[in-house]
Structures are given as C-alpha cells and as structure tokens.
Design a protein around this ligand. Structure first.
Ligand code: PXP
Length: 270
C-alpha cells in the first residue's frame, strides 16, 4: 500500500504571511495524522521562510507518526536535527532565491560535503536517511554509496510537464520508473514527491516499488475549501485508487479503468 507523508510547510507559510500565532502547525499535523497520514514532513529552511525552529520542537513532542525532516546540510540546521532527532531525514538542496525546492541534490558533485554532514548526523542519533534526487543512475549510485537507505525521486519535472507538455511528461515518467527499478536493485526504499496533486498522482502507479509519496502544497491548498482532514482523505483515496487500478489495469484493458484526463494520459503509454 502506497504511503502518504503530509508536508505541512504551507500551514506555516500562511502563518508567517501575517506573523500571527495561527494557523497552528501542531494542530495541522494532528489533523493530518488522524486523517490517515503515515508521516509528517517539514522542511526547516535556512531562511526560515515557513517552518520555525520552535515548530520543529513542538511537533517532535506532539507527533504520533514519524517526523520526516527535510533539510539542507547547513551547520546550524544539522545542530537542530541532532538535538531534535527525527525518525527520518531527507537531505535536499536549497537556494535562497528559489520559490520551492527546485531540483534534486547533486550527490556526485557534493559527495564529500554530504558524506561529512551525514557522518555528523549519524554520530548523534539513529535515523532513516533519504536523499532527494533526480531520476538519474549516477545520483542513485552516489546515494547508495553515501549510506542512504532511501531515495526520494523528484517528481517536479514530471508534474510540470504533465500540465504543459504530456508527450515529454511520458518520457519523464519512464525515467522515474527506470530510476525506481535501479534504486530497488540497490535495495533502496523509493519515495517520491514534489508537485503532486489530485489530478496527476494516479500517474505515480507507473513507478514500481514506490513506498511513500510526500505531498504538501496541493493538500494544503485543497484544505482551504474542504478542510485539512478531507483534503488528506481525498489524497489517500486517490492514491489507493491508483494502486488498486494498477492491478486492475494490468489484468484488463486500461480503457475500462476510468475516462479522466489521467487515464487518457496513462492509456497513451500502453
Ligand atoms: N518532497 C520534498 C523533498 C520537498 O522539498 C517538497 C517541497 O517542500 C515536497 C516533497 C512536497 O512538494 P509539494 O509541496 O509540491 O507537494
């Protein structure tokens, strides 16, 4: 069963927009957990544009499900991670001027710096290490050499193309599927995330060995209209629909599955 990590960064974005005490990220995390989220993801950025240090500590106390802390290898963030000791750490690249995490880590070019940061973290506590990377074999090999037990495939390019250029989206989806196979052969857990929403998430069924999808922006955006609990439930439903359809579609004709945009998209890949 495909698992869902709910990223609550944008609850904090809304709070930071006005410098108010609300909306409360702990309350958001508890609602997401109650609605069925398998983990809670937060990104403590160097510029602290959404999640704040105090949020990380408050969530650590309050969460029942695993905390997945996304972070870059900045020294002060590493110190906080060593203090908070989340169950999972996902290392990501960060650029101050980006709107969101725009690309995957370059584990090849930054091997030594990553190695050093990972050693520092590992000396302090036990956690599941994930690296956020593009679907590229050299990156996957480097992630394995860095001792990661997990990779998170960057789905941002796929999601962007899905909206604007379905033909090249198919190619990107094939790259993601191939990367997942390669990672699985190296015994790495395969997660994915970035840009996923109710319309494109069904395409994730084309990616084998997927364990967890980390999804934030679209869930929080949907919550504005239907509430967070329902937004999480809707995403979980779409995800389970997608995985049950894998079985159904694989044993029957894809046209029997559904007639939505996503099925058309998937259909053209048969
Ligand atoms: N995974 C990683 C590593 C991310 O950096 C982000 C964005 O913070 C996400 C998943 C979630 O992306 P989105 O908010 O587009 O769902």
């Amino acid at each position: 069963m495909l698992r869902l990590g709910v990223n609550i960064d944008h609850v904090a974005t809304l709070r930071q927009a006005r410098g108010t005490a609300y909306p409360n990220v702990v309350e958001a995390a508890k609602i997401a957990e109650a609605a069925g989220a398998n983990s809670i993801t937060i990104h403590l950025r160097e510029d602290r544009r959404h999640i704040q240090d105090a949020d990380v500590y408050a969530l650590r106390m309050a969460l029942c499900k695993p905390m997945n802390l996304e972070m870059a290898i900045h020294s002060d963030i590493i110190d906080i991670a060593c203090d908070v000791k989340p169950e999972e750490i996902c290392l990501v690249p960060e650029r101050r001027e980006e709107r969101t995490t725009e690309g995957g880590l370059d584990c090849v070019a930054n091997f030594s710096a990553l190695d050093e940061a990972i050693s520092r973290l590992r000396k302090s506590f036990v956690f599941k290490l994930s690296l956020f990377i593009a679907p590229d074999i050299e990156q996957i090999k480097a992630a394995e050499q860095l001792g990661a037990s997990c990779i998170e495939l960057h789905t941002g390019t796929f999601c962007e193309r899905y909206e604007h250029d379905p033909r090249t989206a198919r190619e990107e989806l094939e790259r993601l599927a191939e990367a997942a196979e390669q990672a699985h052969r190296l015994r790495l857990q395969v997660n994915a995330g970035h840009g996923l929403n109710l319309s494109n998430v069904a395409a994730m069924r084309r990616i084998p060995h997927l364990d967890t999808l980390n999804i934030g922006h679209s869930i929080i955006a949907r919550a504005v209209f239907v509430g967070l609990e329902q937004a999480v439930r809707e995403m979980l439903e779409k995800m389970s629909e997608s995985s049950s359809k894998v079985l159904k579609c694989e044993s029957s004709k894809v046209t029997e599955c559904e007639s939505s945009k996503v099925t058309e998209f998937l259909h053209t890949q048969q």
